[in-house]
Every structure is written in C-alpha cells, then in structure tokens.
Design a protein around this ligand. Structure first.
Ligand code: PLP
Length: 459
C-alpha cells in the first residue's frame, strides 16, 4: 500500500497515545516499516538511527532471528495457556524462575502482566491487599516523585506526576502524593550529592509525618526518572531512600520499567546502590518489545504475608487473561539469554561508555546546559543561558524544531517537557552506531541553533 493511503487510514481510524489528536490529524503519521540492529526504515524508505529503542524497550535491538524462532515455535506448540486457577506453562514457569535468580535479594515471586502500567497497577493492588490482610488497613496513601512516570492506568496515572496524564482524566490523586525529584541540576540547595540526598530524605519524612505513618503504604520511585527528563540521582540516593522508607515503616517500590534489563549498565538500576526493594515493577526490556509483557517482582516477606493472610480458600481476585502469556514468556527467556550469554549486556556497557564520552564533548554546545548519562540512558537539558540555567521559552517551540531536524538528519530521540532530550539507544549498538548517533544529534543541535529566533534568544 502506498504510504499516502496508509497515512489517510491512520488519520481516519487509529487513535495514537500521548499526542494531541487534532495535531496528529494535521501532521499525519510517520509509518515505520522495518528495522535491523539499531536502524529503522519508514514507509518512504527514509532510514533513521533509533536512539530511543522504540520507546526505551528494544534493548537487544531489532532483527534477532533467535527470538522470532522461539516465538514461532511456542505459537505452534501452545499459543495460549491461561495462568488462571492452577494452570501454568513451561515458558512462564522458567521465566519466573530465571527472573528470581537474576533479581536482587529475595525478590523471588513474579506476577506477569502485559506491560508497565498494569505492573504498577498490580503492585498498588497487591500492596493494598497486603496491608488489609495483615491487619493494617489504614495504610493506603502512596508517595512518588515529582516528574515521575508510572504509566497511564487509572491508579498509575495518579502516581505519575506529569500534568497531561492528570488533566481532564480525574486521576485519583487523593491517595497519591509527590515529593520533589532528586534533580541535581535544579536542586535549590545545590547539586552536591549530600544536598540532593538530604533534600529527598527530609521531603519523604515530612510527607509521611503530614499524612501519618499509619496511613502511608509505600514510596514508589524510578531508579532514574525517565519520562520526567532522565533525572539521574546521585550515587547513594537509592540506598538513602530505601533506608528511610524502612525507618518510616513503608514499603519501597522500585519502578524499573525503563531502568531494568541493562539499560543503565547492570541488569537492574537498583544494583547501582546495592538496594533490594520490597517490590519491583518491570516491562519493556523484559521482552525487548518483541512481545508485550511486564512483571511485578515481590519479596519473600510480602508474598508470604499475602499467601498466609488471605482468607482461607478464597481466590485473591487479581488477574488478566494474558497474565504469564506463554509466547511472551518464551520471548522473555530468549531475550534474557541474549543479555547474559549473548553478550548484549556487555556490549551495552561498552557502548554506554562511548556514548557518555561523546555526549560529554557536546556539553560545550551553546544550547546544552546539562548532560546526564547512566549506561545507555541519557538526558541532555537545553538552555538559552548556560550560566543562569535558563529554560527555553515554550514560544521558541524547540521540541518541534528538534523533531523536524532530527528526522531530516536521520536520528530518533525524544524531546521531553522543558526541552530535555532523552536517549536510550539499543544495547546492541556498534561503535559506528554510537558515533553516527552523536554526529546526527550534533548536526540537529546546530540546525536548531540556526533558527533565527533560537539564535536571538541566546544572544
Ligand atoms: N513505569 C515507567 C517507569 C515507565 O517508564 C512506563 C512507560 O514508559 C510505565 C511504567 C508504563 O509502562 P507501559 O507503557 O508498558 O504501560
């Protein structure tokens, strides 16, 4: 089918996530057609280096035949097996066991979902259930971080602190609260690790005191905030927050939907600080986007308390038709094999070091205020005055310029609110991919700088 007819059909029938529907009608879709390694090709034959791994999910890169083979084989043998009641399937069992083996500490129990939003939603429901069956039913309030993203389910969107996920949706924020994000570049008390950690610890304690410890259930945090602008907390922050949560008698939930599966170097983001959360939510890199799947990992203690505390003989009523889907589980097992035995994690670490060095060189660019990188997760914050760290005026429309010039230069990244550019290239990137990505991004920045209004704003 010609691209134009596809674009018309898309405009008439396909509702897209996280976009102005009217804006999309006016612009039309970019139809992606095929991919290999780190390169995408659109329906017009334009090739794009994918600096964002789809939506920070295709960690192993595109075109792995071994994944296609295990999916096809599983579809032939057993395309579906319910996880309900006492039914199970071999790939789901093996994937749960492998995750328990790879995850830190005693996160030994795995509940499979279809993605990240329902993993967060499931975590909230299990936490509520846990406190109800262990005799502490007043513990209902959840605390998360400003600029945090925890999906767009009804509950998760309340934990998410990005305004467009609340506005107009009546997000249930009565039981969900936010404290400032650990954002060194814009921390009012300075960017030292001590100042950032002290501010977060004090904010969590103050919020729990305000709500009453008997009413607070959990603290949710991404080890590195993704959609909020790739905010990288200092070393030691996760451990301080984990310890504070324990001291306050609230659960600590690490949302590893982006940071899991090698994105930041180690398999999980919490490993940077050697932290073991009470629950962990994952998705994306679990199957590298080849098939939808997420997972909640639960500690021995929480699992046991729920199993023993639930009313005898009554079902624990939480489940999805596609929980523990055998095809996704088979894909997940092969993806995990590629990370650990196929050299992908190791390659990701090497590529991450090269990417970090290249981005550091761009710190001198007139538009670049801050560069933050962990592994292959990076944020580049643009400013119009480096010394004063001035956020660009929305009137400059930088994100539109970035998207337009990025496409012209053949590179995909994401421009978040406050003109922060996010990168999450596939872990399979070669040195050449990384160098090309950096060169195309630099060209894009130069093109943006050449826009008359932008140059005038910097003068
Ligand atoms: N949690 C985090 C940290 C995420 O970044 C996302 C998605 O980007 C989600 C949850 C929601 O995941 P999904 O889009 O798979 O529902």
């Amino acid at each position: 089918m010609r691209p134009n007819s596809l674009i018309e059909l898309d405009r008439d029938h396909l509702i897209h996530p996280v976009i102005s529907w009217k804006g999309h009608e006016a612009r039309g879709a970019t139809v992606l057609q095929s991919a290999k390694g780190a390169t995408l090709t659109d329906a017009e034959g334009h090739t794009l280096l994918d600096g964002f791994s789809g939506l920070w999910c295709v960690n192993v890169g595109y075109g792995h035949e071994s994944i296609v083979e295990v999916a096809a084989e599983q579809m032939r043998r057993l395309p579906y097996a319910t996880g309900y009641f006492h039914f199970s399937s071999e790939p789901a069992i093996r994937l749960a066991a492998r995750l328990a083996e790879l995850a830190p500490g005693d996160l030994n129990h795995v509940y499979f979902t279809l993605g990240g939003s329902d993993a967060v939603d499931s975590a909230v429901r299990f936490i509520r259930y846990y406190y109800n069956v262990t005799g502490r039913p007043t513990k209902k309030h959840m605390i998360a971080l400003e600029r945090g993203y925890h999906g767009s389910s009804t509950i998760g969107a309340g934990l998410t602190a990005i305004q467009s996920f609340h506005d107009g949706f009546d997000a249930p924020t009565q039981l969900q609260h936010h404290i400032p994000s650990p954002y060194p570049y814009r921390n009012p008390a300075g960017d030292s690790a001590e100042a950032v950690i002290a501010a977060s610890v004090a904010a969590l304690k103050a919020k729990v005191e305000e709500l009453g410890a008997d009413n607070v259930a959990a603290f949710f945090a991404e080890p590195i905030q993704g959609s909020g602008g790739v905010i990288v907390p200092p070393d030691g922050w996760l451990k301080a927050m984990r310890d504070t949560a324990r001291e306050l008698d609230i659960l600590f939930v690490a949302d590893e939907v982006i940071t899991g599966f090698g994105r930041t170097g180690p398999l999980f983001g919490v490993e940077h600080d050697g932290v073991v959360p009470d629950l962990m939510t994952t998705a994306k890199g679990l199957t590298s986007g080849y098939s939808p799947m997420g997972a909640v990992l639960m500690s021995d203690r929480i699992y046991r308390a729920i199993a023993d505390g639930a009313p005898a003989g009554k079902p624990i009523g939480h489940g999805f038709t596609y929980s523990a889907h055998p095809v996704s589980a088979a894909v997940g097992l092969e993806v995990l094999r590629l990370y650990t035995e196929g050299g992908i994690l190791e390659n990701g670490r090497r590529a991450g070091a090269r990417f970090a060095a290249g981005l550091a060189r761009l710190a001198d660019h007139p538009l670049v205020g801050d560069v933050r990188v962990r592994g292959l997760l990076a944020g580049v914050e643009l400013v119009t005055n480096k010394a004063k760290r001035t956020k660009p005026s929305p009137d400059l429309g930088l994100s539109g310029h970035l998207a337009r010039f990025g496409y012209k230069n053949g590179v995909i990244f994401r421009a978040f609110a406050d003109d922060i550019v996010g990168f999450a290239p596939p872990l399979c990137c070669t040195d050449e991919d990384i160098d090309t990505l950096l060169a195309r991004f630099e060209q894009t920045l130069n093109d943006v700088l050449d826009v008359a209004d932008v140059r005038a704003a910097l003068a």
